[in-house]
Design a protein around this ligand. Structure first.
Ligand SMILES: [Ca+2]
Length: 559
């Protein structure tokens, strides 16, 4: 079974349109252009638990969480759990969740105003997915208040009662990243403008109507249609009674994933692509790489890994190596990469023990802030869970992980069951250290995201790496698959999910938990007990995510 993953070549080798109406001109108050921004309401969605979304503005238009699966603290998973995220944002499940606020939309009438939010959307195919909506259930046109996703992979629709509206294309809306949306109504200029990540996307001019909506503001839903809900994260929703310019928009830090990567970089080359992607996420400000751990006994792996970290300009990332690792692979590329590219390890091979380094780093991090990315055997993580107090922490391994880790994304297994066709085998990462697999699946105290064999097998990447003389990742791929050929993307898909979540390319299967059913570490998803776990289900065509991963794998280091 091992060779199923090892054998080379296994298996597979705006247009913007005005859609609203403009009614007769209404008088507007004589606003001073120099008035400081007047915040009407600001829901940060940083409450973290409970059913109240606090409005930190002057009027305390607090919101109530409606239909969320959980109002408990820190659901942890990257998305799909319907509730508070550890990253101070709310996870809307796309089918029922909304926040009902006490802000009457009549407060926006007769004034310029700005609506802002930070959003992430998870479903390119969903239509009518509101960020801002109204609580009226009649659905009659004068009451319409809608800002949200329309249709296709990224179109934003703005339709505000008597002010009218439009639809504008924003293709990256569902890419898994956080985007800032702002709708600005300027009562003097008679314009309604949509900004996306601070850039003007579309302006409707000649807006002479008046906002006619009289119900309260909903966030993530609209009252007249129970099927229209936001699918993804929303945070930092602010309503300002002034037409702001982009320099006055909210500017809050985006969530950054603090990664510890645990890799068997040796017997397969997709670990190299995975590390390349992690570095690009770090370049983008989406992630920090706290440490890289080795769980394969190949003596060349640490230096190869260090060479890749060095190539991307991060030669000081700590490397931990497991002790007495049960699997030692002979690699087609690790030695040559290690001997061809600069690294610190060949001359100084006395690297720290992975468990000790895990404990040292975890102990120093904020609570629930670390994401573990496991793309090999679960040996190190199992040993971490079984570790005792030491100089870094008085907590045992399970308690330390429970305190410091947000979640772990694991490449391993086959879902929902490994021992049935079409694959019918215990997956490579699980079966090579089945005891560790059982330990982690059973006792990991934080949420687990499972990225199965069936996901990465259909995602082919690496063929456009063309610079093996200067790029260690390109050399590794060339030695493994030959120049111009692709490799399956089990590990790249895992780090991609760990940082960007579902990103419009997967669905999350929740509502159960994983079990290990035999000594080979065959796995089976069961509906009970329900744990904070999910496995990925392919949603968009694999070529879509392959194109994104290929771009990340081949992007050059940051200058
Ligand atoms: Ca791997």
């Amino acid at each position: 079974m091992k060779c199923l993953r090892f054998v080379r070549f296994f298996a597979f080798t705006a247009t913007a349109a005005f859609t609203g109406t403009v009614s007769a001109q209404e008088s507007v108050p004589n606003l001073s252009a120099n008035t400081a921004p007047s915040t009407l309401a600001y829901w940060k969605f940083a409450d973290g638990s409970g059913s109240v979304a606090t409005d930190s503005g002057p009027n305390a238009y607090n919101g109530t969480l409606v239909s969320f699966q959980s109002t408990a603290a820190d659901q942890g998973l990257p998305s799909g759990t319907s509730g508070w995220s550890s990253e101070q944002r709310l996870d809307f499940n796309g089918t029922a969740d909304e926040v009902s606020t006490s802000l009457p939309l009549t407060r926006l009438a007769n004034s310029s105003f700005t609506l802002e939010a930070y959003v992430t959307h998870n479903d390119p195919n969903q239509t009518w997915s509101p960020i801002f909506g109204n609580s009226d259930t009649s659905g009659i046109e004068p009451q319409i208040f809608f800002v949200g996703k329309n249709q296709g992979n990224g179109a934003l629709n703005v339709n505000l009662g008597g002010l009218g509206g439009f639809t504008a294309n924003v293709p990256t809306l569902t890419d898994g990243r956080v985007h800032h949306i702002a709708v600005v109504y300027d009562a003097h200029a008679k314009t309604l403008t949509l900004y996306y990540d601070g850039s003007k996307i579309f302006t409707q001019s000649g807006v002479t109507g008046k906002l006619t909506t009289t119900s309260n503001l909903l966030i993530g839903g609209v009252g007249h249609d129970s099927t229209q809900r936001w699918n993804g994260f929303i945070s930092n929703v602010r309503v300002t009674l002034k037409a702001l310019n982009p320099s006055q928009f909210l500017s809050v830090p985006y969530p950054v994933k603090n990664l510890i990567i645990d890799t068997d970089m040796s017997g397969d080359v997709d670990d190299c692509g995975m590390v390349a992607i992690a570095h690009q996420f770090a370049n983008n400000g989406e992630a920090r790489i706290l440490a890289t751990m080795v769980n394969d006994g190949d003596p060349w792996t640490p230096a190869c890994l260090d060479a890749i970290n060095t190539y991307y300009g991060r030669p000081n990332i700590p490397i931990g190596v497991g002790r007495n690792l049960p699997v030692t692979t002979t690699s087609p590329y690790t030695q040559q990469v290690a001997q061809s590219f600069p690294n610190r390890v060949i001359k100084n091979p006395n690297l720290p023990d992975a468990v000790e380094l895990y404990r040292q780093i975890l102990a120093a991090q904020p609570d629930h802030s670390v994401v573990i990315v496991s793309t090999g055997f679960l040996t190190n993580i199992s040993n971490l869970l079984k570790s005792g107090p030491d100089q870094y922490s008085s907590l045992n391994g399970v308690d330390l992980v429970n305190q410091k880790v947000s979640y772990a994304a694991i490449m391993g297994g086959v879902y929902p069951q490994s021992s049935v066709p079409p694959f019918n085998f215990a997956e490579f990462n699980y079966t090579n250290d089945p005891t560790a697999t059982l330990e982690v699946v059973s006792n990991f105290p934080r949420p687990l995201v499972f990225d199965g064999f069936e996901i990465g097998v259909n995602i082919l990447t690496g063929s456009t790496l063309v610079d093996p003389q200067t790029n260690p990742v390109a050399l590794a791929y060339q030695l493994y698959v030959g120049a111009g050929n692709n490799r399956n993307s089990w590990d790249p898909s895992c780090v991609f999910t760990a940082v960007r979540g579902l990103a419009g390319v997967w669905k999350a299967q929740t509502g159960g938990s994983l079990t290990i059913t035999d000594a080979k570490a065959d796995d089976l998803w069961v509906s009970s007990p329900v744990k904070n776990q999910l496995y990925l289900v392919q949603y968009s065509d694999p070529s879509v995510v392959a194109a994104t991963l290929e771009q990340l794998i081949t992007a050059p280091p940051k200058k």
